[in-house]
Design a protein around this ligand. Structure first.
Ligand code: 5GP
Length: 127
Protein backbone atom coordinates (compact mmCIF):
# COMPACT_ATOMS: atom_id res chain seq x y z
CA UNK A 1 0.00 0.00 0.00
CA UNK A 2 1.42 3.36 -0.96
CA UNK A 3 1.34 6.40 1.29
CA UNK A 4 -1.17 7.97 -1.04
CA UNK A 5 -4.25 8.98 0.90
CA UNK A 6 -7.56 7.97 -0.68
CA UNK A 7 -10.18 10.63 0.04
CA UNK A 8 -12.94 8.15 -0.76
CA UNK A 9 -12.01 5.71 2.04
CA UNK A 10 -14.87 4.97 4.40
CA UNK A 11 -13.42 6.86 7.37
CA UNK A 12 -12.84 9.98 5.26
CA UNK A 13 -16.52 9.75 4.33
CA UNK A 14 -17.47 9.38 8.00
CA UNK A 15 -15.39 12.47 8.85
CA UNK A 16 -17.17 14.45 6.12
CA UNK A 17 -20.53 13.38 7.58
CA UNK A 18 -21.48 11.39 4.46
CA UNK A 19 -21.91 8.17 6.48
CA UNK A 20 -23.36 8.04 10.02
CA UNK A 21 -21.32 6.77 12.94
CA UNK A 22 -21.91 5.94 16.59
CA UNK A 23 -19.62 8.55 18.13
CA UNK A 24 -18.12 7.89 21.56
CA UNK A 25 -15.95 11.01 21.79
CA UNK A 26 -14.93 13.83 19.47
CA UNK A 27 -12.22 16.45 19.93
CA UNK A 28 -10.56 19.06 17.74
CA UNK A 29 -8.27 16.54 16.02
CA UNK A 30 -9.75 13.13 16.81
CA UNK A 31 -12.94 11.08 16.45
CA UNK A 32 -13.74 7.88 18.37
CA UNK A 33 -16.69 5.77 17.27
CA UNK A 34 -17.96 2.20 17.58
CA UNK A 35 -16.85 -0.40 15.06
CA UNK A 36 -19.68 -1.51 12.79
CA UNK A 37 -18.65 -5.19 13.21
CA UNK A 38 -17.61 -5.36 16.88
CA UNK A 39 -15.30 -8.21 17.84
CA UNK A 40 -15.74 -7.64 21.58
CA UNK A 41 -18.38 -6.00 23.81
CA UNK A 42 -16.30 -2.82 23.54
CA UNK A 43 -14.84 -2.19 20.09
CA UNK A 44 -14.09 1.45 19.39
CA UNK A 45 -12.08 2.94 16.54
CA UNK A 46 -10.06 6.08 17.23
CA UNK A 47 -9.08 8.09 14.15
CA UNK A 48 -7.29 11.37 13.57
CA UNK A 49 -9.24 13.92 11.55
CA UNK A 50 -6.17 14.51 9.39
CA UNK A 51 -5.31 12.58 6.23
CA UNK A 52 -2.95 9.85 7.49
CA UNK A 53 -2.84 6.38 6.01
CA UNK A 54 -1.42 4.37 8.90
CA UNK A 55 0.51 4.52 12.17
CA UNK A 56 3.96 5.37 10.84
CA UNK A 57 2.53 7.98 8.45
CA UNK A 58 0.76 9.59 11.42
CA UNK A 59 3.91 9.49 13.59
CA UNK A 60 6.01 11.07 10.85
CA UNK A 61 3.63 13.70 9.51
CA UNK A 62 1.10 14.65 12.19
CA UNK A 63 1.70 17.67 14.43
CA UNK A 64 2.57 17.28 18.08
CA UNK A 65 -0.88 18.65 18.92
CA UNK A 66 -2.58 16.04 16.76
CA UNK A 67 -0.51 13.20 18.23
CA UNK A 68 -1.13 14.34 21.80
CA UNK A 69 -4.84 14.85 21.20
CA UNK A 70 -5.15 11.42 19.58
CA UNK A 71 -3.60 9.59 22.51
CA UNK A 72 -5.38 11.63 25.16
CA UNK A 73 -8.66 10.84 23.41
CA UNK A 74 -7.91 7.12 23.15
CA UNK A 75 -7.07 7.00 26.85
CA UNK A 76 -10.22 8.92 27.72
CA UNK A 77 -12.30 6.41 25.74
CA UNK A 78 -10.88 3.58 27.88
CA UNK A 79 -11.87 5.43 31.04
CA UNK A 80 -15.30 6.46 29.70
CA UNK A 81 -16.15 2.86 28.82
CA UNK A 82 -14.69 1.57 32.09
CA UNK A 83 -12.30 -0.95 30.56
CA UNK A 84 -9.14 0.38 32.15
CA UNK A 85 -7.27 -2.24 34.23
CA UNK A 86 -8.46 -2.41 37.80
CA UNK A 87 -8.71 -4.72 40.74
CA UNK A 88 -11.17 -6.94 38.85
CA UNK A 89 -8.52 -7.68 36.26
CA UNK A 90 -10.35 -5.98 33.41
CA UNK A 91 -8.39 -4.26 30.70
CA UNK A 92 -8.28 -3.93 26.95
CA UNK A 93 -6.12 -4.22 23.85
CA UNK A 94 -5.22 -1.59 21.30
CA UNK A 95 -4.40 -2.69 17.76
CA UNK A 96 -3.38 -0.76 14.68
CA UNK A 97 -3.22 -2.74 11.45
CA UNK A 98 -1.06 -1.38 8.64
CA UNK A 99 -0.70 -2.44 5.04
CA UNK A 100 -0.95 -5.87 3.50
CA UNK A 101 0.78 -7.93 6.20
CA UNK A 102 -1.19 -6.08 8.86
CA UNK A 103 -4.40 -6.79 6.92
CA UNK A 104 -5.50 -3.18 7.03
CA UNK A 105 -8.96 -2.83 5.50
CA UNK A 106 -9.47 0.93 5.75
CA UNK A 107 -6.52 3.11 4.63
CA UNK A 108 -7.06 5.88 7.16
CA UNK A 109 -5.03 5.50 10.37
CA UNK A 110 -7.06 4.05 13.21
CA UNK A 111 -6.55 2.48 16.58
CA UNK A 112 -8.85 -0.35 17.59
CA UNK A 113 -9.73 -0.41 21.31
CA UNK A 114 -11.10 -3.81 22.30
CA UNK A 115 -12.38 -4.83 25.71
CA UNK A 116 -15.25 -6.15 27.77
CA UNK A 117 -14.16 -9.79 27.56
CA UNK A 118 -11.03 -11.93 27.86
CA UNK A 119 -9.24 -11.34 24.57
CA UNK A 120 -6.90 -14.32 24.56
CA UNK A 121 -3.35 -14.29 23.30
CA UNK A 122 -2.21 -11.53 21.02
CA UNK A 123 -1.79 -13.20 17.62
CA UNK A 124 -2.98 -16.19 15.69
CA UNK A 125 -0.96 -17.55 12.82
CA UNK A 126 -2.43 -16.71 9.43
CA UNK A 127 -1.16 -19.94 7.82
P1 5GP B 1 -8.74 -2.57 9.77
O1 5GP B 1 -8.85 -3.96 9.25
O2 5GP B 1 -8.53 -1.58 8.65
O3 5GP B 1 -7.76 -2.43 10.88
O4 5GP B 1 -10.13 -2.27 10.45
C1 5GP B 1 -11.16 -1.56 9.86
C2 5GP B 1 -12.36 -1.62 10.76
O5 5GP B 1 -13.32 -0.72 10.30
C3 5GP B 1 -13.04 -3.00 10.80
O6 5GP B 1 -13.03 -3.49 12.15
C4 5GP B 1 -14.45 -2.73 10.29
O7 5GP B 1 -15.44 -3.47 10.96
C5 5GP B 1 -14.60 -1.24 10.52
N1 5GP B 1 -15.49 -0.59 9.57
C6 5GP B 1 -15.50 -0.72 8.22
N2 5GP B 1 -16.45 0.06 7.68
C7 5GP B 1 -17.04 0.71 8.71
C8 5GP B 1 -18.10 1.68 8.77
O8 5GP B 1 -18.69 2.09 7.79
N3 5GP B 1 -18.42 2.13 10.02
C9 5GP B 1 -17.79 1.70 11.15
N4 5GP B 1 -18.20 2.21 12.31
N5 5GP B 1 -16.79 0.80 11.11
C10 5GP B 1 -16.43 0.31 9.90
Amino acid sequence: MAYTYDDQNIFARILRGEIPNDTVLETEHTLAFRDIRPQAPVHVLVIPKGRYVCFDDFCLNASVDEIADFHRTAGEVCRMLDIQPGEGGAGYRTISNAGANGVQEVPHYHLHILGGRMLGRMLQRAD
